[in-house]
Design a protein around this ligand. Sequence first.
Ligand code: DSN
Length: 414
Amino acid sequence: MRDKLVEKLIKGEEKRQREGLELIPSENYVSEDVLKANGSVFTNKYSEGYPGRRYYGGQEFTDQVERLAIERACKLFKCKFANVQPHAGAPANVATYFALMEPGDTIMGMDLSHGGHLTHGHPVTYISKIFRFIRYKMKNIETGEIDYDEMLRVAMAEKPKIIMAGFSAYTRELDYAKFSEIAKKVGALAIADMAHIAGLIAGKAVKNPFDYGFDVILTTTHKTLRGPRGGLILTRDSEEIAKKIDKSVFPGFQGGPIMNTIAAKAICFGEALTPAFKKYAEQIIKNSRSMAKVFLNNKIRLIGGGTDNHCVLADIFGSLGVTGKEGQTVLDEVGITLNMNMIADDPRKPMDPSGIRFGTPAITTRGFREKECKRVAELMILTLKNKDNKKVKDSVHKEIKALAKKFPIPKKFV
Ligand code: DSN
């Protein structure tokens, strides 16, 4: 690389990823092929429009690659229509809201403090000034059970146009049949934001909301799906909905699609269609359960009481007296990256909450199984309990580096 300054930063990031353990549940390592496609000459091309109807010439290969991505996405998630152009998850969500609602209409989504996402209507977002958001919560924080009775009651009274199932910090499987039933009763569309668990759905390790009558699924393509950073909108079978979504993504919301990322998405979907990916998805859950078990055995409270997916949310302030920020910082020092996180009904503030959130997509990609995950969880707890003890931290860091060396980041998965 001729720009030595940027080259040095890329190399630094490579080393950080190589030598440390990535436990942020929304991160992963992509294959060399995904990386190559993402850095390919498609980055030079403007392709506003959709395959076969673009506003620029020279679309021989862009049309083919976008069609391939669409075809693979539909096969992977068992649906009829896919829009592969959203630049990320948030634009995918917002474009969908504008496609299917009018300003002032109501959406029901999971409360952020109980695991939902900013784009499901948090007051700090601009969309909360345009649409009206109402929320549902867990009935029991210790089991993660959603309060479906209350959801029905509020939905009957408020008549949302969309009922959104989805989360970024929730560890249990949602009852999609219940969501669908409530949506039908109040005349709403059932939409799932499955950004966190798309890979688990693709690998059939958890349920697919389309099997329970959901109309639309929104997702990112990185996280458990192990593709490039980007967004994706899937429509089960309604051509009318799919057309509205296409129009909303472009020209409603975005300009030119990022064709290099679309090529990388096509590769990611192809990889996710293999039997090896199914095994990967199953192992992610086995691994996160083995980590959750260690935390529970050490009497550390987990929101939801355990996990059914890739993610664990631990109340380390309530259980160990260590704040989320302190936990994130001290674990960073020993080579473990995760994020501080609010827990349900958190008495603390977002910049120093009670919880830490961690997950297994990236370490499972490295080949970790239950045995290694159990050890990582033990080392995390040892570090948290000895956050000011340099000797303990140095010894943990050494063990983490050795584990990272033993399980290098693979370049291909199939
Ligand atoms: N920022 C992502 C996460 O970490 O969960 C969701 O958008």
